[in-house]
Design a protein around this ligand. Structure first.
Ligand code: GDP
Length: 296
C-alpha cells in the first residue's frame, strides 16, 4: 500500500464515522478497527498499533461524555493526536549553526539511498546559506566515490574522497580535517553500507564516528523496509547511536509504516523524507504537518 492510500483509508475511516447519524460504541469500534488494519497493512509495528487502539479508546469514553461534548470533533482530534504521537518521539533533532563546523555522518544499509540523501542534504543546507561539502568514506564499494563525485558535481558541492586509500577511517579523518581548515559550516560524511548488519560494518562505523566526532549521525531507512525496520534500527542504534532518521523512497510503493515504527523503537526523530531520485525531491519532516498532509 502506498502512503497516499494509507492516508485515504485513515481519512475515510474517520469521515465514515463523523458523517454517520449516530456516533455510538459500534460505529466508533468499527472506525478504530479500520484505522488499525490500515496501519498494520502498512507495516506499522503491531505493538504500536495496539497502543494506539488503547489510547484512542481511553481518550474517547463515549458512555461518560456529557451532552455538551462534540463527539465527532473529539474523535477527529484524538485520532489526529494519536497518529502524530506515532511519528513524534519528542526528541529535538540537532540543528546546525552557521559560523562553526557541523559534522554530519550518514549510516545505513547499502541501497537505502545514503549517497543520494547526503547530496540532497548538502544541497538543502547550501541553498540556505551554509557552506556545505561531502566526504566519501565508502572505500568498500567500487564506484561509490564516483557516484558521490557525480552527484556532488551536479549540485556544485565540494567533495573529498580517494581512489587509492582503502582505510575509510583515514579517508574520513583526512576529509573532515581538510574541510575544517577551509572553514566549511557543514561537512557530511557518507559511510559505506553493506547488505546486512555485519559486524565489520558496525566496527568500521564506530571507528569513523570516533575519528570524525560527528555532531549528528543520521540513519537512512528505505520506506519499503517493512517489519524489519525495528530490529535493524535498534542494531544500528546500539553501535552508531544515530540521532536522526531520513526515510527515503516515500514516492515508491511502500507505505513506510515499518520505517515510521523505527521512530518509536529508537525514540529518534525523522528529519527529512526522500520523495524521488532528483536532488530537490527532499522534504523536511515534522510530525504534525506530515499527519495533516497524510489525512488530506
Ligand atoms: P546507498 O547505497 O545507500 O548510497 O544508496 P544510493 O544513494 O546509491 O541509492 C540507491 C538507489 O535509490 C538509487 O538508484 C537512487 O537514485 C535511489 N533513491 C534514493 N533516494 C530515493 C528516493 O527518495 N526516491 C526514489 N524513487 N529513489 C531514491
Amino acid at each position: 500500500m502506498v502512503l497516499a492510500d494509507l492516508g485515504k483509508r485513515l481519512t475515510s475511516a474517520v469521515s465514515n464515522l463523523t458523517h454517520s447519524n449516530v456516533v455510538d460504541e459500534k460505529a466508533f469500534d468499527a472506525m478504530i478497527k479500520e484505522i488499525c488494519s490500515a496501519l498494520i497493512e502498512s507495516d506499522v509495528n503491531v505493538k504500536l498499533v495496539a497502543n494506539l487502539r488503547k489510547s484512542i479508546k481511553s481518550a474517547v469514553n463515549l458512555k461518560e461524555l456529557g451532552p455538551g461534548v462534540n463527539r465527532k470533533r473529539l474523535i477527529q482530534k484524538t485520532v489526529f493526536d494519536e497518529l502524530v504521537k506515532l511519528v513524534d518521539p519528542h526528541n529535538e533533532p540537532f540543528k546546525p549553526k552557521k559560523g562553526r563546523t557541523n559534522v554530519i555522518m550518514f549510516v545505513g544499509l547499502q541501497g537505502s539511498g545514503k549517497t543520494t540523501s547526503c547530496t540532497k542534504l548538502a544541497r538543502y543546507y547550501q541553498a540556505r546559506g551554509f557552506k556545505a561539502c561531502l566526504v566519501c568514506a565508502d572505500t568498500f564499494r567500487a564506484g561509490a566515490f564516483d557516484q558521490l563525485k557525480q552527484n556532488a558535481t551536479k549540485a556544485k558541492i565540494p567533495y573529498y574522497g580517494s581512489y587509492t586509500e582503502t582505510d575509510p577511517v583515514k579517508v574520513s579523518r583526512d576529509g573532515v580535517e581538510k574541510f575544517k581548515k577551509e572553514r566549511f559550516d557543514i561537512i557530511i560524511v557518507d559511510t559505506s553500507g553493506r547488505h546486512q548488519q555485519e559486524k565489520e560494518l558496525f566496527a568500521e562505523m564506530m571507528q569513523i564516528q570516533q575519528a570524525v566526532k560527528p555532531d549528528q549521525t543520521i540513519m537512512v531507512l528505505d520506506a519499503s523496509i517493512g517489519q524489519a525496520a525495528e530490529a535493524q534500527s535498534k542494531a544500528f542504534k546500539e553501535s552508531a547511536d544515530f540521532g536522526a532518521i531520513i526515510i527515503t523512497k516515500t514516492d515508491g510503493h511502500a507505505a513506510g509504516g515499518g520505517a515510521i515504527s523505527a521512530v518509536a523503537a529508537t525514540r529518534t526523530p525523522i528529519v527529512f523524507i526522500g520523495t524521488g531520485e532528483h536532488m530537490l525531491d527532499f522534504e523536511r519532516f515534522a510530525p504534525q504537518p506530515f499527519i495533516s498532509k497524510l489525512l488530506g
